[in-house]
Design a protein around this ligand. Sequence first.
Ligand code: GRF
Length: 212
Amino acid sequence: METLVILISGRGSNMQALLEAGLPINRVVVISNDPDAEGLKIAASLGALVACIDHRNFQSREAFDAALADEIDRHQPDLIALAGFMRILTDGFVLRYQGRLLNIHPSLLPAYPGLQTHRRALQDGVKIHGCTVHFVTAAVDHGPIVIQAAVPVMPDDTPQILASRVLQAEHRIYPQAVRWFFQERLKLSGQMVTVSRAVVHDSVIYSPGLQD
Ligand code: GRF
């Protein structure tokens, strides 16, 4: 049974995009670290299993990550997708799921790791911004890149306007990356990801080399 676990902390629009994408999977479990995350209601209404491991109940990051891993492992997922999950994960957690832990980040990595990506891009006057889906490694926001999408930066953009343009692109590339994973088309070799049988299509920039 193909199982996807999605970890969220908030509104969950990327999670919703994944749930609505018609992915080749049998079961989705959505786990939040915050019982009030809006995304939990959306997930339940779309038929996903939902769970919450409230980080405030744990004394340390290690204890929280251990409880989160226990909940994840109960479902035996093939893939875990971080979708606006606002907790820094311990190295032990990241290692445990190496090669099957994806994240979406709202910038064209390696530019703008961390927070406030849209504000920083505007301050720097960049003309192209975007988003990245990458495998998670212990180096935060530096794991092997699966797919990126670029969007233009317009003269009157505010961080909010730019964020919403990037978010639309996020909703396209995250389902694409997860689909490739379940189709077993991603090959991970060191820092490099290649996608077999990928075709370039409009406004999506593919980071991996294409492979027959
Ligand atoms: C997205 O911009 C994602 O790239 C970042 O956090 C935001 C989450 O938004 N990691 P949502 O909860 O998916 O709507």
